[in-house]
Every structure is written in structure tokens, then in C-alpha cells.
Design a protein around this ligand. Sequence first.
Ligand SMILES: Cc1ncc(COP(=O)(O)O)c(C=O)c1O
Length: 425
Amino acid sequence: MVGDELSGISRSDAQQMDAADPLARFRDDFVFADQETIYLDGNSLGRLHRDVPAAVSAVVTEQWGNQLIGSWGNWIEWSGALGDRLAASVLGARPGEVVVSDSTSVNFYKLAVAALDAAGPGRDVIVLDAEEFPTNRYIVQGLAQARGLRLRVVSSDLDEGLSTDDLGRVIDQDVALVVLSMVSYRCGAVQDMAAVNELAREAGTKVLWDLCHAAGAVPIDLTGTGAELAVGCTYKYLNAGPGAPAFLYVRKELQTALRQPIWGWFGQRDQFGMGADYDPVDDVGRFLVSTPPILAMAPLGPSLTSFEQAGPAALRAKSVAQCQLLLDLTREWLEPLGFRAAIPAEPGRRGGHVSLEHAEAWRICRALAEKAKVITDFRVPSRIRITPVPLYTRFTDVWDAADRLREVVESRQYEAFAAERSRVT
Ligand SMILES: Cc1ncc(COP(=O)(O)O)c(C=O)c1O
């Protein structure tokens, strides 16, 4: 890798890194419709896995088209079966602790309510990061209003994320629930999951983890860190496609003690006994609600196969090396053009994406996509998120993207773009 001396990282340096990359073959698992476009936005929507069209087609043509209702005998197992694969390959959880269902927001609501209902008397505070992802903030605002709870909102640094020390100061005997992203959506700061879980355990409360920017991006050990509750999406690093259902995790020892608020028939014991009253199963299935979106679930399997083969340690090593290459090029080429790496100073606290701050970030992000065919995304107030997803990004892609970014800014091409943000950024 590149040393401290930044006397020029050449494209052939990046080519050598590609040649030595043990994960290089996984790129062939994905579809590249346009070879010129460099896609560095897998933190928002992962690429299409090449086995997805066949997997979806098998569901449509064979299972639905030919076998019709007979396929439900198989489909009904999918939430748990995919959950178990996710648990083993990505989440560091045990079988029977994860199901794939609903959306992240809905799962977040279900588990937040389950935890609040189980919190001891007198606990009326929900702790959250002021910079927590909006849907989580809104859901707890709604819960606080409906239940007369107090929100304890902890300020955090936009580049460094929430500090464990600051969190420790506010988790006390009044707290009913802590909600926290393992990896911050903006700066990519990684929380020390074990330390936070321990703080919560000492105070007799629970943490509901949001793993959207962590699952598939950084190694996760839900079992080893003592995590109790978590949710996350499958359409970012897990490549399951737009609107693919999310996952939820409930630690085995806790499952029967918790009840979620939507008493749907998919959580019911002897579901087709059509019993008069709700009587949920004694396992993670009690956190299911309703008929799963089978067509939208089909793409997750192929992507999980790639994760199972690549392994979290090798993926993390490549992600760290690619982010470091981007940071080295940022220092050399982009800082003189007004960019600043808006990420935690300590390398161990960085997740799978890099945020670059620039006063013209929005217009640069648009120009980069439209003039230079480099796809990233923009987040307020002034950051471009750049993600070299290790399953399918080459080191030369990182080098070329930084080079094109430099060119877009040096040539001031971004000045031709409107300053108003579009609906989706
Ligand atoms: C960190 C985080 N949490 C939650 C969500 C919400 O996910 P959904 O819209 O699928 O409920 C997102 C979506 O991007 C996210 O990034």
C-alpha cells in the first residue's frame, strides 16, 4: 500500500493492487451493463447479482406460473431460511435469531415497541443520537408522543459520530431504550457495539441497533457483543434490490419475553388452525406479521452466496485498503481543491464508505455522475459519500473515480449544474 510519502500514486499502482486482490473474482458475480460507469453508491443500492434474473424468473415462471399455490409450502420457510443464512454469513448471529420481513422502518417500530413494553416501571426515556438516521428519529418521536416518554437526544460530531463516552453519560436507570446505528449513514463512524451493549446491560436497558450501513460493510458479531435487538435493510451492501425486505434480529434468550405490536397471523402458533385469539410462537417467528413479498425476496439468496464464499474478514480488509487509497488520493489531489475527508480520525472507527465535504458537494456530485460517469451520492449539509464495495469494486475504479472527480472540479464543470437539490439525492 501507499506510504506516508504522497509523491504520486500511479494508476499502475492501483493495477498492481487489483492483480494481488484475492476477492477480484467476485466482480464476475455482478452485472455491469455499462463498463465506463464507475458505481460507488452500493451503500444506497447494491448492484444486480448476475444470478438474480434466473432466481426471480424461477419464482415467476416455475414456482408461481406452474406450481401456483403449491409453492407456499416452500415460500413460507423463506423468512427464516434467509434469516439464518444472513445470521451466519453477515451478522454473527445464531440460527433462529434472524428473520427477513417487512421494511427496516417497520421492523424498527416493532422492536422498539416490544422493548418499550418490556422496560421496567419508571423507565420513560429513549436515548438517541441527534444525527441518527431520520426514519429512526421520527419513529421514536412518534412513540414518545403517543406514550408520554422523553427523548434524550445526544449531540454528536458530524465527522466523528457519537462518542461512547457521551453515550455512557446519558444511559441511566430512567432509560427504557437506546437506539443507535452501528455505522453512521453520514460519516461512517462505527460504534463499539460490545461497549455500548455493556453500558446498556449495566443500566438494565436495551439497545436497538440499526445495521443498515453495517450489514455487508463491516464484520458484525451480534452474539459475541451481547446484542439483543437489531434491524437492517438488504438493498444496500447486501444487493437484494430496490424495496427488498429488511431483516430483524432478536437474541434467542429474549424472544419469548418480548411481544411486538402488530399481531399478525404469520406470528401465530398453528397459523392455519385459524384460532380465535392471538397466541404467538415461542421463537423469532413471533416478530413476523404477514405474507412475505416473495418476488422481492428472491434476489437476496444469490448475493448471500457471494458473501458466504468471500467471508467478512477478507471483505473488510479490501474495504479498508480501498477506502485508504481513496483517502490518500484525496490528500494528494482533492484537498487542494477544497475537499476534506469528513470521517472519524481513527482508522478503526471507519465503516465501508468515505464522506468528502466540499462547499459545492451537491453540484459536484451531479457533475461527477453526468459528465464523468461516476455514481456517488450526496448527503446534507455538504458531503459526497463514496463507497468502494469490495465485492465488485476494483482498485483502479477508485483511482479513476478520484481522477475524474479532480477533473470535474479543476475544470469547474459542476458550475453548469443547478444548485437546487433534486427529490432524491
Ligand atoms: C440507516 C438507515 N436506517 C433506516 C433506513 C430506512 O429504511 P427503509 O426505508 O427501508 O425502512 C435507511 C434507509 O436508507 C437507513 O439508511
